[in-house]
Design a protein around this ligand. Structure first.
Ligand code: ATP
Ligand code: MG
Length: 384
């Protein structure tokens, strides 16, 4: 009797002719997620079986696989020879000590000597006769013993389904560059876009020494959480210290955030093009803070030359974003109290609905190109 993990995939089913491609990407991503664990992944009629791992690692493997997009659900199963006594022993192992249950058999191997109804009756009957605390209830069972008689002479027996991350395999929808801050929103935005199959790299802007090193560590930790869903990612880190000093010195302070955003977008677009990213992604949510008005977005969008900017959180409430942040495992890191560069030189009254005209007038006081070049020269990369 061997422990195996059944992996069922989701939307890939819908992809018709591309199905082979989606499956190949999914298997590569599963391999990356399980790197460092002894295992073998086998394809078996529209799903995968993970086998050959150390039994005590089972839960670790399942939890890694639960972060791989494209997986619909998983089960830990016992694999036995397709033979009634062996199937019964496995059923006994996964059966609870008491309660109402039913046996549900799927028989892919039509040559197996019993049909699924007969297997249900035989296994159910044997379990009942051995334990008087069990009873059968086919309509409202407390647990179900699933028996899957495969074509290759083996049978899988299991009683639990674990939810997968859903979505599409990362890498099947191109690549984007996420502007990641230390806040709650941007990691969630990256997670949502990765779920649609897009590979996500990150860029972070810091204003060291105005912000401390811990703020940078916090962003690395967040990017690391995200990287578990993207099967690895590159974090680009750029200093905007000098840009902020220049804005502070030369421009109307109310425009600090608006102007800084435009620099961030320009720098992000250049880095994106260099690393082959096809869009920018931000964690903006409409109306959440002063800079996230449609006017603010117009101002930051207008410096982008070609790439689209995806803002997956635009229609979400903070509560919905927090729920997603918790679910992806980022929340506890995001709420650590370190400053983001946007809070440095923060004006008492940031401009809320900047007109493009006034923004351009303020920006005209700066040597934009030189500041961008200088900022880009501070670029550090980390592969997570
Ligand atoms: P978050 O929770 O992601 O920090 P927020 O609600 O605090 O978002 P803002 O600070 O207005 O919103 O930032 C809006 C978006 O701009 C962020 O979601 C992120 O995509 C980007 N951004 C802000 N600060 C930075 C930064 N220091 N580095 C990279 N991107 C940033
Ligand atoms: Mg923020």
């Amino acid at each position: 009797m061997e422990k195996v993990i059944i992996v069922r995939y989701s939307e890939i089913h819908l992809k018709g002719k591309n199905r082979g491609y989606f499956e190949r990407v999914l298997i590569i991503n599963m391999e990356k997620a399980l790197k460092g664990f002894k295992h073998e992944i086998k394809r078996q009629s529209g799903r995968y079986l993970v086998e050959g791992f150390e039994e005590e690692e089972t839960e670790n493997l399942v939890s890694r696989l639960q972060k791989v997009f494209g997986i619909h659900s998983l089960s830990i199963a016992l694999k036995v020879q397709s033979q009634m006594d062996a199937i019964f022993n496995a059923a006994k192992s996964v059966c609870s000590d008491s309660g109402k249950f039913k046996v549900s058999t799927h028989r892919a191997d039509k040559s197996f000597e019993f049909d699924s109804m007969q297997i249900n009756a035989e296994i159910g009957g044997r379990l009942l006769s051995q334990n008087s605390n069990l009873s059968v209830d086919v309509h409202n069972p407390q647990f179900v013993i699933n028996i899957d008689v495969r074509e290759n002479g083996t049978t899988l027996v299991f009683n639990e389904f674990f939810k997968g991350a859903g979505g599409m395999p990362v890498g099947t929808s191109g690549k984007g560059l996420l502007l990641i801050s230390g806040g709650i929103d941007s990691p969630v935005a990256g997670h949502m876009i990765a779920k649609r199959g897009m590979h996500v790299d990150c860029i972070h802007f810091h204003s060291y020494p105005y912000t401390n090193m811990q703020a940078k560590d916090k962003v690395c930790a967040l990017a690391n959480v995200l990287s578990k869903y993207t099967c690895g990612l590159r974090l680009n880190i750029v200093s905007v210290t000098h840009i902020q000093e220049e804005i502070h010195k030369k421009c109307n302070g109310e425009y600090m955030v608006t102007l800084l955003r435009r620099f961030m977008m320009r720098i992000a677009e250049r880095v994106a093009k260099k690393c082959g990213a096809q869009c920018l992604i931000t964690g903006e949510s409409l109306g959440q803070v002063a800079s996230q008005t449609v006017e603010g977005m117009t101002s930051s969008n207008s410096v982008i030359e070609t790439l689209p900017v995806l803002r997956p959180l635009c229609g979400f409430d903070k509560d919905e974003i927090i729920e997603r942040s918790r679910a992806m495992g980022a929340y506890e890191i995001s709420i650590q109290p370190f400053e983001d560069c946007c809070t440095v030189f923060l004006p008492k009254h940031p401009v809320i609905k900047p007109t493009l005209e006034s923004v351009l007038a303020e920006e005209g006081k700066l040597d934009v190109e030189a500041l961008i070049e200088e900022s880009l020269s501070t670029l550090e990369v980390m592969d997570l």
